[in-house]
Design a binder for this molecule. Structure first.
Ligand code: ANZ
Ligand code: ZN
Length: 818
């Protein structure tokens, strides 16, 4: 039977793989093979798998399957990031429990993953919403708490009015909720934070380990997000206030050019120092600013606004009095919430100065036109002027000198500043990991003792989960009121749950043994498997999950629990699957359903189409690809395997096979190996297609199907195809008389002797007449060919001394003009 029926193959092999279980990486300590840990960013169970999953997991599977074929001990785990808002919203709508929706979706996805043929080790399976998992998320939280890395503080936070919960800074994109797109507002709340800022320098410095392994784009996004800058803290006296006010500046060299002083309107300092005469105007302004997002406030396009506070600050180096203003372009939570304004050399300050008619004084001679006239600030380097002891120095020297002067007077010092803020982790929602803290009126924040973990979620469902600005957990009175573990008095549980990014910050460690009961993960096994050799996932996590998990790994390193400092050695960000040039969306009606594609073309054709479409990082426009053509190719490859299998038996002596086809086989192996290692999977597939054609030709018009080289080609094809089209490969392998599974057959090795190219004939002409013919390699260089031609005795007989000209067209022609 030669007919290629993908659906029948799938039905057959999905069952067989269940029995064979070819991808189990038991973490056997006796297994001395080199390890490889392949990790896909785990899935959120929002429904069935979609085209995006098919792309990402298809790419990861090529890597994992290749490593298995290469004989590594491969860990390729599977799990679900199963806490989160969509489950909760669905539960409210259906008057159900979020767990019902969540676990039903997980089962759907698990079945789809199996059908899709992803080479997971199913024994690793975990779900972050299982009490057996979140018990350890809580345990880790408590370790962070003990180390002062989890703490509570009050302050202005980002609040999503739609999801009715606070958000971390990383979850606010362009002033909007990263999840639902609602405009984020500010609220004053006391919340839990992780002290990620304490790791800012290490998060930056350790990036050297990731260079080359991570996309440069992601590294630079993280660098910018952390936003380290160097400068100075400078103290200014405000007239009538005892305590001086500190400002952070990256340009202390421009101190003599400071002409006014600006305080963030929402900083307590502004309200404190405003004069009585200006108070009403200030209060009105502050109310206006409260409505704006940071994005609006920092926009260079926005017209500058502000109010004079009726007070003066004194420049510590020249005693000059500068008016103090409140303006929204200064943020309360950056630096110290106040700045010295240097309009000549800072554009925002210049815009403000021009709007309110404040003086502009040039202190760096950059050779550009006067900013006071042009409205264009000159932030560049140059010789200092109008700056007393700094005159004549360049920027770097002036910065050193002014820091020295300020240091001597005790009014300033060198300082480093970061954009990164601590990670706000409390969420006022139900379907997440409860924060294992008890608030006692006498003892304060008391950790739930380890042996009482997990703090399990109470059984709330439906209406009880509706968002109301405080966590739904607060309404579970029986659950909330507890005895204080310290004093036994009446106390209350913390009612917030953790950001789900906490769950995903450490899951890759638990995979090595998801049933482990003596800690969050088996430290010994993590030593064996870590760090992750290849991580595959979307670029949307560039500064969320990828920053948080790097932070977690460093803390765990400091706790002595892992011996590496970076969790993911290599990162691949797959492209998106789009349709007709646009992201798939309901409103555009351009969605493509994965299940329908699979029903129509088969899993292998869909997988192959994804891989063949282009480099893995590029977007795939489904309108530009052809799963039907992929299916046709697979049918051709299948027939080659079937015909070779029918014509010869396993164990043939390949050396006796047709030399030309054998050379093609080995050249293909050599190239596909390099292409897969370099993640050029699409080109690797193209080589497989060429090999298929070569084998077809050998069967039809060459040595015939029984030739050992045809078998060699077909077996090689089966193994290579198993990376992208596992069903076709498996069935082909069986038809070739080999025993399952092709997935563990072993990667072919190219024989060097068969990689030598055939020679080509080069014609050597002297004065236009053919005088010699040389057998040369097809990729001979021009210089080598020229030397070879001139050295020919036949040629030399027609030359007397140096030729006037030698024209070389490698490898076929050399033309000598004597
Ligand atoms: C004077 C100055 C002169 C500045 C000059 C720049 C150029 P980065 O590099 O991002 O750290 N700044 C400080 N705190 C601020 C706040 N809370 N809100 C808004 N702006 C603030 O930026 C540091 C610079 O941003 C600081 O250096 C300060 O302006 C401003 F020619 O001080 B600079
Ligand atoms: Zn107590």
């Amino acid at each position: 039977e030669q007919h290629y029926d993908p659906q029948a193959l799938q039905a057959k092999w999905v069952r067989r793989w269940e029995e064979l279980d070819p991808f189990r990486a038991a973490g056997d300590p006796a297994d001395t093979r080199e390890k490889r840990y392949m990790l896909d960013m785990f899935s959120y169970p929002s429904g069935d798998l979609h085209m995006g999953h098919a792309e990402a997991f298809g790419i990861g599977d090529v890597v994992a399957r290749y490593w298995v074929q290469k004989g590594y001990n491969v860990l390729h785990p599977v799990g679900w990031d199963s806490f989160g808002l969509p489950a909760e919203n669905a539960a409210i709508k259906r008057n159900a429990h979020p767990a019902e929706w969540t676990y039903a979706n997980i089962e759907t996805q698990a079945a789809s993953f199996k059908r899709y043929g992803v080479s997971f080790d199913w024994s690793t399976r975990l779900h972050t919403s299982d009490p057996e998992y979140y018990r350890w998320t809580q345990w880790l939280f408590l370790r962070f708490f003990e180390r002062g890395l989890a703490y509570r503080k009050g302050g202005l936070v980002n609040w999503c009015p739609n999801d009715q919960t606070v958000l971390a800074n990383e979850q606010v994109v362009g002033g909007r909720c990263e999840r639902c797109g609602a405009e984020v507002v500010r609220r004053e709340l006391t919340q839990w934070y992780f002290k990620i800022t304490e790791y800012a320098d290490r998060l930056l410095d350790d990036m050297v380990q990731l260079e080359g392994g991570w996309p440069e784009r992601v590294l630079s996004m993280q660098r910018n997000w952390i936003g380290r800058s160097e400068g100075a803290d400078v103290d200014f006296v405000i007239e009538g206030r005892d305590e001086p006010v500190t400002v952070y500046t990256t340009r202390p060299d421009t101190l003599y050019g400071a002409t006014f002083f600006v305080v963030a309107p929402d900083a307590p300092l502004a309200a404190e120092i405003v004069s009585d005469g200006q108070r009403a105007a200030f209060e009105a302004y502050r109310a206006e600013v409260a409505k704006l997002s940071d994005i609006d406030r920092l926009s260079t396009e926005k017209e500058k606004t502000g109010v004079f506070l009726g007070r003066y600050a004194v420049n510590p180096v020249n005693g000059e009095r500068m008016p103090v203003w409140a303006a929204d372009y200064v943020l309360s939570d950056y630096g110290h919430g106040a700045i010295m304004a240097v309009p000549a050399h800072d554009q925002r300050d210049l815009d403000f100065a021009r709007a309110f008619d404040l003086p502009v004084r040039v202190v760096v001679h950059t050779g550009l036109a006067d900013p006071g006239e042009t409205g264009v600030a000159t932030p560049g380097d140059g010789a200092l002027v109008n700056s007393g002891p700094l005159d004549g120095l360049d920027k770097a020297a002036a910065i050193r000198k002014i820091i020295e002067i300020l240091g001597e007077r005790g009014t300033g010092k060198a300082a480093v500043n970061y954009r990164l803020r601590d990670w706000l982790l409390s969420r006022q929602r139900f379907w997440g990991c409860p924060i294992p803290i008890i608030h006692c009126p006498d003892c304060g924040e008391v950790p739930v003792p380890d042996e009482r973990l997990p703090v399990a979620l109470p059984d709330l469902r439906g209406e009880a989960l509706a968002p109301k600005g405080v966590s739904p957990l607060a309404s579970a009175e029986d659950w909330v009121s507890v005895e204080c573990p310290k004093c036994g008095g009446a106390a209350r549980r913390d009612t917030d749950t953790m950001d789900t990014f906490v769950d995903s910050s450490w899951y890759y460690l638990r995979y090595v043994d998801p049933d482990y009961e003596d800690g969050p993960f088996d430290v010994e096994k993590v030593r064996q498997w870590g760090p992750i050799d290849q991580y595959v996932g979307g670029v949307e996590h560039a500064i969320l999950h990828l920053l948080y998990s790097r932070f977690f790994t460093k803390v765990l390193h400091d706790m002595g629990m892992v011996d590496f400092t970076e969790p993911f050695a290599r990162l691949l960000n797959q492209g998106q699957v789009i349709n007709q040039g646009k992201a798939m969306s309901k409103s555009l009606g351009n969605g493509v359903d994965l299940g329908q594609q699979i029903d129509a073309f088969g899993v292998d054709a869909v997988r192959l189409t994804m891989i063949f479409a282009g480099p893995p990082e590029d977007d795939i426009d489904w309108a530009d690809v052809s799963p039907a053509a992929s299916q046709k190719f697979l049918a051709r490859a299948f027939r080659v395997m079937v015909e070779a299998g029918a014509a010869s038996a396993p164990g043939a002596d390949f050396a006796a096979g047709d030399l030309s086809l054998r050379k093609t086989v080995h050249k293909t192996v050599d190239e596909v190996t390099k292409l897969v290692e370099g993640h050029r999977f699409n080109v690797a597939v193209a080589r497989m297609m060429e090999l298929t054609s070569a084998a077809r030709k050998a069967i039809d018009s060459g040595p015939g199907a029984a030739d050992p080289a045809v078998r060699e080609a077909a077996e090689t094809l089966a193994v290579m195809l198993s990376l992208v089209a596992p069903y076709t490969a498996e069935e082909g392998w069986e038809r070739l008389g080999r025993s399952a599974s092709v997935a563990t057959a072993g990667w072919p090795v190219a024989e060097p002797a068969l990689l030598v190219e055939d020679a080509v004939t080069c014609v050597v002409q002297v004065a236009g007449k053919v005088r010699d013919r040389l057998e040369v390699s097809p990729d001979i260089s021009e210089a080598d060919l020229k030397a070879l031609a001139l050295a020919s005795e036949k040629v030399q007989g027609f030359l007397s001394g140096e030729p006037r000209k030698v024209i070389v067209r490698a490898p076929k022609l050399v033309n000598i003009v004597p």
